[in-house]
Design a protein around this ligand. Sequence first.
Ligand code: NAD
Length: 417
Amino acid sequence: MRYEKLIQPAGENIIIEDGELKVPDNPIIPFIEGDGTGPDIWTAAVRVFDAAVAFAYDGRRRIRWLETYAGEKALERYGEYLPQDTLDAIRHYKVAIKGPLTTPVGGGIRSLNVTLRQELDLYACIRPVRHFQGVPSPVTHPEKLNVVIFRENTEDLYAGIEWPAFSPGATQMMHFLQQTFDIALRPDSGIGIKPMSATGTKRLVRRAVKYAIEEGLPSVTLVHKGNILKYTEGAFRDWGYAVAQQEFGGSTVTEKDVQEKDASAEGKVVIKDRIADSMFQQLLIRPEDYSVFAMPNLNGDYFSDAAAAQVGGLGMAPGANVGDDAAIFEATHGSAPKYAGQDKVNPSSLILSGQMMLCHLGWHEAGDLLMKGIEQTIQEKRVTYDLARQMQGSTLLKCSEFATAVVAKIKQLSHAR
Ligand code: NAD
């Protein structure tokens, strides 16, 4: 592969064969540092990733990082926010990780994150949400919530098919609806279209069910508003049940069959569905009843942030955008530009995204070591300012000091193994 400006390190490529990743011991992985506080958290996080891998495999494995550019750094080097080099490298190397990107202000520029997802067809937005002991939360038992949310990333109202009120597009759509279906809308309406397909739904739910089976998790819940929107949200539920039954019938059972036909759930993933508004209540009242979620784009957007808030906020929440050909792991918060260069903000969201990435590579030993390192550092109340100001008796660390503390913990844990 030839790039205009990228310097490729020595290392080997990750490849995908029959839908499975084949990962060498020295994989080349592209990273995007990100804007604002991106460089602060990347510099901290990469030390933690390298330590987790080195200690988990006694130096036999090592990631070869390839810097790629997006956002302000890309504008300086390439004169554009998202150069072709970056898209080509992520497509070629299959797995990438990124810090937050500032959405450029100004007419006509789309969010870089949305563009990356669309260009690479990263159709599943995956967010694990769990509590870390010691992190302040607005609920009494935050530890009862431990879920993974699979949110559809390419369809629904987010497809961006909409026209402003009084525009030619809105006028034509209104004319069409009136003429063809005898539907009269208020003349000052903006119009948006909500497409949801069997293809888009099934590939998302397939990924969620496969994940639950592989990880030995108890259930997958399909969340929708099918009681009102029957042919989009309701179809999401029906297609979801269909994919579970047709493709994973031996490993799954529906909640209805368990409740009404006394079917056994022993060793199987229970597939259930909930209406979205009721699910928001359930998440607060009975979080322990839920494990993996699959949901359409808009419900998933609200739900992911609400779930993250329940365990102490977005500063800690990791995420990934995954497709069949590539995956990008990312911090879920924004670029927090007012703290840029101050070595102050919390790098946990990016560090935990890296933990997800290590597990995606199949490097579970490194992922587990990293997770324990971060859990124990937080338990000891050695945290950055955002948590320190809410935790009594905590030790305030800079962003880089937090990484140093996690690395020391990883070293200690690996020696104790
Ligand atoms: P933000 O997440 O940057 O900041 C919201 C609040 O959270 C601020 O008070 C900030 O200081 C704090 N915060 C954020 N990250 C933190 C961390 N790691 N540690 C401690 N505190 C942290 O959201 P915003 O201000 O709405 O957005 C800033 C820019 O980031 C915008 O251009 C936005 O478009 C972009 N953005 C990018 C992503 C992404 O790249 N995935 C996500 C959201 C927003």
